[in-house]
Ligand binder design. Structure first.
Ligand SMILES: Nc1ncnc2c1ncn2[C@@H]1O[C@H](COP(=O)(O)OP(=O)(O)OP(=O)(O)O)[C@@H](O)[C@H]1O
Ligand SMILES: [Mg+2]
Length: 392
């Protein structure tokens, strides 16, 4: 087992004009489960492959344990890796597939059997040891691939989207399987995914990347409750946080922000926590999560807006409601929508609320949406940074 340290790790591919991974700083503790998440092309696999030694490092240093491994070939790094496209030997039984790495390393027979039984127990493969890969389900095959990687007892276990070939239901059960196995073995693990639910449910800490740059490293609940910038705010959470261009008018004793044509009173403690008094009259980016919006009069709230419902999606356990708050500029982090905006098209995007299943919200209806004003998130419109984290 070992800690992993990334010290300003940078990758510029030959001929590229921007870095695929740019000055990545991260300390991974011994035994920790770290997840890299971010949109396609943000540099997750590149970062993982540099830890593995499969990609040359342009700048900075990777340390595993006490050693800088920049120049050490993958086979000497004491790592094991599982990819999306794992290959098992089709003509060998599960047992032979599992013990293959030990057999080629010349481990003697008794030790071999002991290690196979141990890993098979951990991965719940004991009943399947005599089967061939073709006689296994997708999830069972994936467990064999993990077992084969782990049987060597690597110091660091790396996984790049290992579940993306499995169907949705199996992915959910494998999520908790992998988390259990990782915690049983206590092996330092880096797991790459573009699926934020996977990231949030599996990681001790989650690393959010965008365009090669680290955005935030934090435990899942902190990413959700205190996103460090507008990108993380928009990326983590589904449906995504409502984010809009607003402005604050007032001073330390009280003030308002705009939402459409409506004004919303902001209590003094929110003004203070976000340093809003010093920004009076200036633009500010404001966000609120769909989960923090309610349409029942009994909900505890100190803020309310009038909205026009545009769409109702009744999902049984909840009602996802889209609505219009009047003239306002919504901010979106979705790359496709960004592209539309860059081409001068203005994508029509509504506010979204996740309401209780009893909600009667219906299209074209005017409704009061309530919320707790302390649940608002404030960001600097230039840097995108969370105002609570900035010095006033
Ligand atoms: N071998 C390569 N040569 C040149 N550019 C590359 C190479 N591999 C990746 N890139 C580029 O580097 C950037 C990061 O790619 P990377 O594969 O690390 O992204 P990712 O986050 O893993 O994306 P995905 O979720 O799609 O797997 C992308 O812009 C990609 O086009
Ligand atoms: Mg990738």
């Amino acid at each position: 087992m070992a800690a992993v340290q990334l010290d300003a790790v940078t990758k510029v591919y030959d001929g590229a004009d921007t870095a695929a991974v740019d000055g990545f700083e991260l300390d991974i503790a011994d035994g920790e489960f770290i997840v890299f998440v971010g949109p396609s092309g943000c540099g997750k696999s590149t970062a993982l492959r540099m830890i593995a030694g499969l990609e040359e490092i342009t700048g900075g240093a990777v340390r595993i344990g006490d050693n800088v491994v920049n120049e050490i070939p993958p086979k000497d790094r004491d790592i094991a890796m599982v990819f999306q496209n794992y290959a098992l030997y089709p003509h060998m039984t599960v047992e032979r597939n599992l013990d293959y790495p030990l057999r080629i390393a010349g481990v003697e027979k008794d030790e071999l059997a002991r290690r196979v039984n141990e890993i098979a127990r951990t991965l719940q493969l004991t009943e399947l040891l005599d089967r061939k890969p073709a006689q296994l389900s997708g999830g069972q095959r994936q467990r064999v691939a993990m077992g084969r990687a782990l049987i060597r007892r690597p110091a660091v276990f790396l996984m790049d989207e290992p579940l993306s070939n499995l169907d949705a239901k199996l992915r959910v059960s494998m999520r908790s399987e992998i988390a259990r196995i990782q915690s049983d073995l206590g092996v330092t693990t880096v797991y790459v995914t573009h699926d934020q639910v996977e990231a949030m449910t599996m990681g001790d800490r989650v690393v959010v990347l965008n365009r090669g740059k680290l955005q935030q490293v934090a435990p899942p609940e902190i990413l959700y409750t205190r996103p460090a910038n507008v990108f993380v705010a928009g990326f983590i959470g589904s449906p995504a946080m409502n984010l809009w261009a607003s402005s604050f008018h007032g001073d330390a004793s009280g003030g308002t922000i705009r939402i459409g044509e409506q004004e919303l009173a902001v209590p003094t403690e929110v003004i203070e926590a976000n340093g809003l008094a010093a920004r009076s009259g200036q633009p500010v980016t404001v966000g609120i999560r769909p989960d923090d919006l309610h349409d029942d009069a009994t909900a505890e709230s100190n803020g309310a807006i009038e909205v026009k419902v545009t769409l109702r999606e009744a999902l049984g356990s909840e009602v996802i409601c889209h609505f219009d708050v009047g003239e306002t500029r919504l901010l979106i982090e979705d790359p496709d929508l960004e592209e539309m905006a860059a081409e001068g098209l203005s994508p029509e995007v509504d506010f979204v609320g996740r309401f209780a299943p009893a909600s009667t919200a219906a299209p074209a209806e005017t409704r009061t949406v309530r919320f707790d004003v302390s649940k608002l998130h404030f960001f600097d419109p230039d840097s995108g940074l969370r105002l609570e984290d900035l010095p006033v």
